[in-house]
Design a protein around this ligand. Structure first.
Ligand SMILES: Nc1ncnc2c1ncn2[C@@H]1O[C@H](COP(=O)(O)OP(=O)(O)OP(=O)(O)O)[C@@H](O)[C@H]1O
Length: 257
């Protein structure tokens, strides 16, 4: 189950990444000198206890938040120095984001929600319609295409959010607790979708605190007090391995105390 990284292509590199907040007279360090490489095609999972800095790290690696110091490279290009326009282009074309809170536009139908970032990225109407239709089919929500988010289940909303994240064929999907607000059944459907697109070469970086969700990883990064506490390399997920993976992750985390 253990694999080597020697043949993998680095997609994102963090160098001495720091993020601090002023809390009164003190500085709180949510990310402390993080050095990390993320690889193309991986399903990377970031785990750690509440407040350990998982979301902070995700936001810094995806260019959604500013660093206090350090550098982030995306395919060798330093993104923390990007201008406003460059970072907007980067967010719109290179990455897709899926949130625990789903964040669909309430007055837009599922179709319009999925299509919208296509317009922001400057694609043509026909291409956007074709992409949106295909993604809604892939997510098995084409029958709900004309409904508002409030008229479908949480799991269907999250499937629309994944479709929206995929509309501009991003190089990497960042997902922050994407199953956190869903029932176990709906959560499993979302994890199955993420696993399926990862097996088709989509790079994914997902934050979770749930070991079952973490089993989908082929690389698990454990965060503690804003630092990397350990990295576990796994094989690609297959359902038959579930129990063995759960044990392996449990042992890895217990070993970290
Ligand atoms: N704007 C802020 N100001 C001050 N401290 C903050 C701010 N945002 C986050 N923090 C602190 O940084 C630390 C890391 O937060 P972060 O949200 O990254 O943790 P997390 O591991 O994702 O937590 P959870 O699992 O509970 O979502 C926490 O202690 C949090 O309180």
């Amino acid at each position: 189950m253990i694999t080597a990284n020697s043949k993998k292509t680095v997609m994102i590199e963090a160098v001495d990444l720091c993020k601090s907040y002023s809390t009164g007279s003190e500085q709180f360090h949510a990310a402390k000198n993080v050095n990390l490489e993320l690889y193309k095609g991986d399903f990377t999972v970031i785990m750690g206890s509440s407040g350990s800095g998982k979301s902070t790290l995700l936001y810094l690696l995806s260019g959604l938040d500013s660093l206090s110091s350090g550098k982030v490279y995306f395919k060798g290009q330093q993104i923390d120095g990007y201008s406003e326009k460059e970072i907007t282009d980067f967010r719109s074309n290179k990455i897709g984001y899926v949130y625990q809170s789903i964040n669909l536009i309430p007055d837009f139908s599922l179709f319009e929600n999925v299509a919208f970032p296509g317009y922001v990225a400057g694609r043509g109407k026909n291409e956007i319609n074709m992409r949106t239709t295909n993604l809604l089919k892939m997510m098995d929500i084409e029958l709900q295409a004309d409904r508002l988010p409030s008229q479908v289940s949480g799991g269907q909303q999250q499937r629309a959010a994944i479709a929206r994240a995929l509309i501009n064929s991003p190089e990497v999907i960042f997902a922050d607790e994407p199953t956190g607000a869903l029932s176990q059944e709906q959560g499993t459907i979302i994890l199955d979708i993420l696993t399926e697109i990862n097996h088709k070469a989509q790079s994914i970086v997902m934050v979770t605190h749930d070991i079952k969700a973490a089993c989908r990883a082929d690389r698990l990064i454990l965060v503690k007090d804003g630092q990397i506490d350990g990295i576990l390399e796994l094989s690609k997920y297959s359902p038959e391995d579930m129990k063995a993976r759960e044990n392996q992750i449990f042992l890895f985390m217990s070993g970290k105390g």
